[in-house]
Design a protein around this ligand. Structure first.
Ligand code: 5GP
Ligand code: ZN
Length: 114
């Protein structure tokens, strides 16, 4: 059994507020939202970070990106705008070592990010 938090959310072992899912991915609300809309989109399969996404997963990579686009539409942030990001490793502040995209929206975003 995996000790990975997001693998446990993907399997249902740990509850999360799911907003959408597909064959290869799930989307759920971040437990500590940094914006009115803050959703995490993750592959069901364990992939540590974007660094570990190899060319054999090209189809999954596209699926994830389109899933993010669709969740943004569904949340009503596609038109006003949103930010999609994936923290990768220590300097970016990645805390959960399972690939996830943060979808943030519902407020003005600052630039550059911290
Ligand atoms: P990272 O810093 O790795 O890019 O982001 C991890 C994100 O996961 C954080 O925004 C954090 O609030 C969120 N998170 C951590 N634990 C849980 C959890 O148990 N459930 C949910 N829904 N989100 C979590
Ligand atoms: Zn995992």
């Amino acid at each position: 059994m995996s000790e990975c938090l997001f693998c446990k959310i993907a399997s249902g072992e740990i509850a999360a507020d799911r907003v959408a899912e597909g064959p290869g991915w799930i989307a759920f609300r971040d437990i500590a939202p940094q914006a009115p809309t803050h959703i995490l989109i993750i592959p069901r399969e364990h992939i540590g970070s974007l660094n570990d996404l190899d060319v054999a997963r090209t189809e999954l990579a596209g699926e994830l990106l389109l899933a993010c686009r669709d969740v943004a539409r569904r949340e009503g942030v596609a038109d006003p705008g949103y930010r999609l990001l994936t923290n990768t490793n220590r300097e970016a502040g990645q805390l959960v070592p399972h690939l996830h995209f943060h979808l943030l929206g519902g407020r003005e975003m600052g630039w550059p990010p911290g």
